[in-house]
Every structure is written in structure tokens, then in C-alpha cells.
Design a protein around this ligand. Sequence first.
Ligand code: GLA
Length: 418
Amino acid sequence: MVLGILKKVWLLLGRIRFDYGIKIFFFDKSICFIAQYMRKLIETTFKDLFQKVPLIVNSPGRINLIGEHTDYNEGFVMPAAIDKKMYVGIAENGLSNARIYSLDFQEEFTFDIRSFSPKKGHWATYIMGVTAQLQQAGYQVKGFDMVFGGDIPVGAGLSSSAALECAAGFALASLFGFDIPRLSLVHYAQKAEHLFAGVQCGIMDQFASVMGKKGHVIRLDCRDLSYEYFPLDLGDYQILLVDTQVKHSLADTAYNRRRNECAEVVLMAQQNLVGVKSLRDLRLKDLDQLKAYINEEVLGRGEFIIEENERVIDTSKALKEGNLKKVGELMYASHEGLSKKYSVSCTELDFLVEMTQPMDYVLGSRMMGGGFGGCTINILKKESVEIFKETITASYADKFKKTPKFYEVNLEEGTSRL
Ligand code: GLA
């Protein structure tokens, strides 16, 4: 009885912290506190629901410094895992069912592991998707119980779904002793998104979640998956995300459409040029030859991808030289392209980026992730964070009658056992 009440208070405090962004003293900003809190929460819930002690893993959300929509075009991206994570507790149940409880939705879902199909739009579909991928790869998944939750805001473009897929896959592997290489886990999670959630995403989100390294961004070549870690030493500056509070609900269909438009450019290029496998193989001047066959809008998609790939390479150079000013300029250029040529921004994102332009304490700003809502990523002076928040909040509320949220993020290790 007392335990029950304590758990309710515990859950309620968690919801306040995670849903409304209010900082409660014992949560601090330190990830350790959140991890400890999540461990306790998962263990208590697990005991209540399934009378067992679970094994617990976590997998982070991600930011992307630069290189947007390039991943599914065999291009370059520069993401990093962050200190906002999905936590999954798991234990065997000796049944042929998977019983899953979502802490965020406070809802249970059961499926028969011998026969199941996607449940699009439902949170359980990500876990079902990964389970299916492991089974297809020959891993004998037995009945399991699972409790999960975390502090990655949903629909904010921080890849909470990829984090859930990766955490669930890693939890299953850890529980049943499957020896799955990290890169295979990345592929299974991506395939789960394709086949169960119905989004033809690239590989960036799952790769960043599994492969992240503390204090580093990853420059990933999505053609051959070779990668290099770059320390992100921001000195007096820091990363701050601004959440438009616009959920990218239309994004999935538009996202798949962008993929098709890029494929259209590649197809046309293949009929006119030799040695073209993807947009990665094209230069801007090659597009001139395609003008007669493709409309301007679709050609613009190709143009953006070619330029964005170059920007990632330039960003790597600038980081090596410690030239943060240049990184900032490239971020603004990336946003311009995403908004004008690739058309995946929205009024709110454009407004937030534009607002930062006259602020001399902001080095760079751009929309981040799939687009149509979610967050902007900003690099700004640490000492100016408060004034930045105040200015943005006031103007944004004035224009859109909405309050944006702010997330200060640190770069973290990828998927791991707690
Ligand atoms: C989403 C997808 C990624 C990537 C980004 C855009 O986050 O899941 O694969 O394409 O959009 O860069």
C-alpha cells in the first residue's frame, strides 16, 4: 500500500520532469541521477507487473550537427548520441508472449512472439519490428517481459523511435545471449523502422544511437559506413536545441516523397551519365545536363544533397582547425538549403533560425532532423543562454502563441547496459 503510493508519486514526479521540463532538485542536470531514477522506476514497475528483477539497458537519442537527408543518398552525416535516452528493462517470462509496458503511456501491450504483424502508429510496433528482425536473422527469441521509458521528447526530431529500437534490440541480445555485432544491431533497428513503422529512414539515427562516443560527433560515410569520431570542443560555446513544439506528424509521407524525388534524379542521371550509383556521385555541373528532363523543384533536391555533402566535409575540416565560426556559417547555409531547396522546413523553424541571425553570440543555427517541425540546433555563447531563451520565448510566443522548449544536451556514449 505504502509502496504503491510511493510509486505513484515517483511516476508523477517523473512525468512532470519529462513532460513539462520542470527541474526537480534531485534530478539535477547529471545523467547519473536520471539513470538511477529510471533504474528504480523500471525495477519497481517490473516487480509490480511481472514479479521479477529485470536486466536494464539504455540507448540515446541523437543530434545532428550537419548533413541532413544525406544518409539515404549514400552521403555524409555528422550526428552524435546525447544524454537523453530510452531505458529498457527486460526479463524472460517462460511464455510465448511478449508483454510490454510503456511508462510514458502507462499502458501495457501483449503480442504472440510466434506470429505478429506491424501495428503502425502504436509505440509497440518498434519493439515488434526489432523482434521480427532478430527472428529473421535466426535468433531464437523466447517469451519476454519489458518495461521501458525515458527522457527523449517524442516528435522533437531527437530520434526517440530509433533509440527505442536500438535499446529493445540490445536488451533482447543481452537477455538471450545473442552475439550481435553493433553494426548488425544498427541494421536490424533501421529495418524495423522501414518494415514496421513504414518510414524509409536512412541509417543515421540508429548508427548514432548505437555507436555514439562521449564528447564526440561522428562523421559517417553512409555509402560504406566508414566513420571517424571528432571531439566537439566548444570552449565558451554550447549546443542548445529549441523545440518548436510542432510535431512532425506529416513528415513520414513527405519524407518518403523526398526519397523518391532523389531517386528520380539518380535515375535520370544514370540515363545520361556513366558511373552514377547515387546522388553522391554527382557534381553540381552534372545537374545542368538533366535540366531538360527534370522539373526545377526536383532538381533542387539533388542540388541540396550535393551541397550538403560538401558542407559536411567542410565542417570536418573546420572542426579540425578549431574554426567554430566557420562551422556556424555552414549550419546557416545548411538551413537555407533545407528550407528553400529541399523544402522540409516550416514557418516556425525558419522563424527560430532567422531570429538568431542578428545575435552576435550565436555562431550557427539550423533545423535538425527530418524537418516539418521538431528542433533547431544552435551553437551559442554559454554566458548568453539565459538572454537567448528569454528573447526567443517572448518573440515566439508573440508570433505563434506557443512556448518553445529548450534542451541543453551533452554528447554521450551509445547503447549500453545500465
Ligand atoms: C530522420 C531519418 C534519418 C535522416 C534524417 C534527416 O531523422 O530517420 O535517417 O534521414 O531524418 O537527415
